[in-house]
Write a protein that binds this ligand. Structure first.
Ligand SMILES: [Zn+2]
Length: 315
């Protein structure tokens, strides 16, 4: 067994794994746009373990037991469902089993490891499983926002191609993606002024924290969740989540340039991973728009029978 790093040991006793590495200046982050089909079976961010960036996905064959797992009682949200399902279908990431990676990172179980994966990586995994189990055809049903012409994919009309889904990837990343943002004026907490913020891409388990959040607050709340360090504030030292809230946001006050910098950073980080939508061109008026993938019903989306049932029910 690999020697446990002190960070791994610390992570076992705290809520959040502690980063052993330094931070990366946010300005150096470059997100590249590709299509899913041009980046097959690879995570756009990846897992950092064994001194490597693990990105390559290898799956076990899909079986009926996976159907059972996906529809199990108690799968309340994406975190639960993926926490149970992904450890059973992923064979390796970057050539290592999830068991080995979880052990190396001190995360207790593959389920915990999956829950702490970046959402961008989890969604990419979902789409690659769908490609492997059902194929590239995806049934879209929508209406052109410009001329109201309906799109109804079926065997007669044809299907849309999942491989055309756009995704953002981070081509170059040598260490865990913890980025440092420097604010111009910053904000005050107690007697300290914070001008440095550390952010990390949004993780799967943080989805659960957004439950019940009004739509208009979602982007801001996701930004709060991505803040993983405020090194200028001694009172926050050692705390790894829940650092940023309406209090800190309000403390930015008139510093709207700083506010914009934080929001832009959050948007850039959220542009990594697949857009869970298909780009369409209306046959009638050539209007270009995008339509959401029917992935929210994730068990149906991933199941072997999805295509057959889509035919049967003419979804
Ligand atoms: Zn149209």
């Amino acid at each position: 067994m690999a020697q446990k790093s002190s960070a791994a040991v610390a992570a076992e006793t705290s809520q959040e794994p502690v980063s052993a590495s330094g931070t990366i200046p946010f300005e150096t982050l470059k997100v590249q746009k590709v299509n899913l089909e041009d980046f097959p079976n690879r995570l756009p961010i990846g897992i950092f373990a064994f001194g490597e960036r693990l990105q390559e996905l290898e799956f076990h064959p899909y079986t009926t037991e996976h159907d059972i797992l996906l529809t199990r009682k108690g799968n309340e949200d994406l975190k639960d469902t993926m926490g149970r399902f992904l450890p059973e279908i992923i064979k390796t990431i970057g050539g290592h089993s999830l068991n080995d990676i979880a052990r190396e990172l001190g995360q207790g179980s593959p389920k915990k490891l999956v829950e702490r994966m970046y959402l961008a990586d989890v969604l990419t995994t979902v789409l690659n499983i769908r490609l492997a189990t059902v194929g590239e055809d995806v049934a879209i049903r929508d209406k052109c926002p410009n001329c109201s012409t309906k799109i109804e994919d079926n065997d007669e009309n044809g299907y849309h191609d999942l491989g055309t889904v756009e995704m953002g990837i981070i081509p170059l990343l040598e260490e865990k993606p913890i980025f440092e943002i420097n604010l111009e004026k910053g904000f005050r907490v107690a007697n300290d002024t914070a001008t440095t913020i550390h952010v990390e891409p949004f993780k799967l388990f943080q989805m659960s924290k957004l439950k019940g959040t009004p739509q208009k607050q979602i982007m801001r709340r996701m930004m709060y969740e991505m803040v993983c360090g405020i090194p200028d504030i001694p009172a926050f030292a050692g705390i790894k989540s829940g650092l940023f809230s309406d209090n800190e946001y309000a403390a930015l006050g008139k510093n709207l340039d700083d506010r914009d910098r934080l929001n832009e950073a959050a948007e850039t980080l959220l542009s990594v991973g697949p857009r869970m939508s298909i780009n369409l061109i209306c046959d009638a008026c050539s209007f270009e728009y995008s339509s959401a993938l029917p992935w929210q019903d994730v068990d149906n989306f991933l199941s072997q029978s999805a295509r057959a049932s889509a035919r049967r029910m003419d979804l």
